[in-house]
Ligand binder design. Structure first.
Ligand SMILES: [Zn+2]
Length: 482
């Protein structure tokens, strides 16, 4: 295990007692308590007390006082499915999706993402962390390849993470390819070893802000042997696992062709379903698969924004009714959890043909309380004494937020990431008054833009036959067509 000392001296980090006063507190506790002009005392990494105006100040006379007048205090968001490296696809992949009907070729887009050097990967991941912080995220499930390359970048960002190294053993194919399953045992063993090594080195690092789980890529990328071995490793390490599940119709066709089952049935058949499994997407599903997931009390990452962009929609109401715990994720291209929450409400209302449900509070609970539960983080995701001090302050003095009469509704229906004023993780401010304290934002965003332009230019020059997405910046366009 790594010590957290490397991150302890970062600017703005110090353990102390903080007293937030004059906040509109949306606790998202089981009673749905909202406190006007309330106070929150934070000692070290824990919420010590929550009270009415003036109630806590005498008890915490030595605390640093933060006046949150005009601001809403909420638990921070847990993004339960993302890939920080795939921020590189922003601006390219939003309008590219695989078909919903045969013929299926495999892959999520007709253009691959460019290969990045380790240094470029680290810059893109830092830019992703900045976007996550700015949209009020406090915890992240990162599903990635070679996470060791950028695990220190994640730790230094100040956020809380469950990092899951991707494991698979299907060679010469992409997700959603119904062609033959070519098993590559050494690929399976190598990726599994990498996942185990990541656990050894990073689980519990950065004062416990970093936890390590396991990621199976997708049902059609993993053999039954590999899934059984991975499940055994999950039990041995006593950790959370994740998988892309029923993501696209090509995956369903592939599993039917390889296993003569539906994807969720296949996972059930090999014993992979459990109440410690986070299933991302769950869109292209039969109702009997939804029931199966519910019976096993699986967690679902409702990735609303990317689902909408793909023209697909999971039946969240049914999954929840059958017993699944619904969390929310951003998946590729964006880390904007404000967009994810609002899109989730909109999508479900359209699908249910119900103009009242889900409520803003339902969606906020998915993105906070349920998200923390998905990540296996006890005592987090709602504001209560004894819970982890992971919270955000949201400004309400803006044209789109006034009048603010129902705080939860106002933020879900009208809020923007730019309203997020401050973010606290584990009792430490990661962002204060819209300044990120853990990362050099201006420098990183400039570098990330340069990395993306360079990397996509490299790819288009190396593979001149690739279809060029319409609307590309003129410089990149000419690189792609020269
Ligand atoms: Zn994904």
């Amino acid at each position: 295990m790594r010590s957290g000392s490397a991150t302890d001296h970062i600017m703005g980090f110090s353990h102390m007692t903080t007293l937030i006063i004059n906040a509109t507190i949306v606790t998202l506790d089981s009673r749905g308590a909202v406190i006007a002009n309330g106070e929150i005392a934070i000692h070290e990494n824990t919420i010590a007390a929550i009270g009415e105006r003036g109630e806590l100040q005498p008890r915490f006379a030595q605390a640093e006082v933060v006046d949150a007048n005009g601001k809403i205090a909420l638990p921070g968001f847990a993004n339960t499915h993302t890939h920080f490296q795939l921020l590189i696809a922003k601006g390219i992949y939003e309008d590219l999706s695989p078909p919903h009907r045969p013929p299926f070729k495999g892959g999520l887009a007709p253009i691959p993402t460019p290969d990045l050097t380790p240094e470029e990967t680290r810059i893109i991941c830092q830019a992703a962390a900045i976007e996550a912080i700015r949209s009020g995220t406090t915890a992240v499930l990162e599903d990635g390849m070679s996470i060791e390359t950028y695990a220190d970048v994640l730790a230094d960002s100040g956020l809380r993470y469950l990092i899951c190294e991707r494991v698979w053993d299907r060679a010469n194919a992409q997700i959603g390819d119904p062609g033959p399953f070519e098993q590559d045992r050494s690929l399976g063993q190598n990726t599994m070893q990498k996942a185990a090594d990541l656990h050894t080195r990073w689980h519990g690092a950065a004062d416990g802000r970093i936890e390590v789980g396991l990621a199976a890529w997708a049902p059609d990328m993993c053999s039954p042997d590999l899934l059984r071995q991975l499940r055994k490793l999950q039990d041995d390490l006593s950790c959370t696992a994740t998988i892309h599940l029923n993501q696209i119709w090509g995956e369903v066709a592939a599993i039917q062709s390889h296993r003569n089952l539906l994807p969720t049935e296949y996972l059930d058949d090999v014993g992979f379903l459990s109440d410690r499994l986070v299933c991302a997407h769950c869109r292209c599903m039969d109702p009997r698969e939804e029931r199966l997931l519910g019976q096993c009390e699986c967690h679902v990452a409702f990735n609303s924004a990317i689902a909408a962009r793909r023209g697909l929609s999971p039946r969240i109401a049914d999954l929840e009714r059958y017993g699944c715990n619904i969390g929310m994720g951003s998946d590729n291209m964006s880390e904007d959890m404000v967009e994810v929450v609002r899109t989730g409400v909109f999508m479900e209302r359209i699908r249910r043909e119900d103009g009242c449900n889900p409520t803003p509070e339902d969606a906020l609970r998915w993105a906070t309380v349920n998200g923390y539960r998905s990540l296996g983080i006890a005592r987090g995701g709602w504001l209560a004494p004894g819970n982890k001090a992971d919270l955000i302050l949201v400004n309400t003095h803006s044209a789109h937020m006034v009048p603010m009469l129902r705080p939860a509704s106002c933020f879900v229906h009208q809020g923007q990431p730019s309203d997020v004023n401050s973010v606290m993780v584990d009792g430490r401010w990661v962002m204060r008054d819209r300044t990120i304290l853990t990362l050099n934002e201006a420098e990183i965003l400039g570098e990330a833009q340069a990395v993306a332009e360079r990397a996509w230019t490299r790819l288009f020059k190396a593979q001149p036959g690739l279809p060029v997405p319409p609307g590309l910046m003129p410089g990149l366009q000419s690189a792609a067509t020269s």
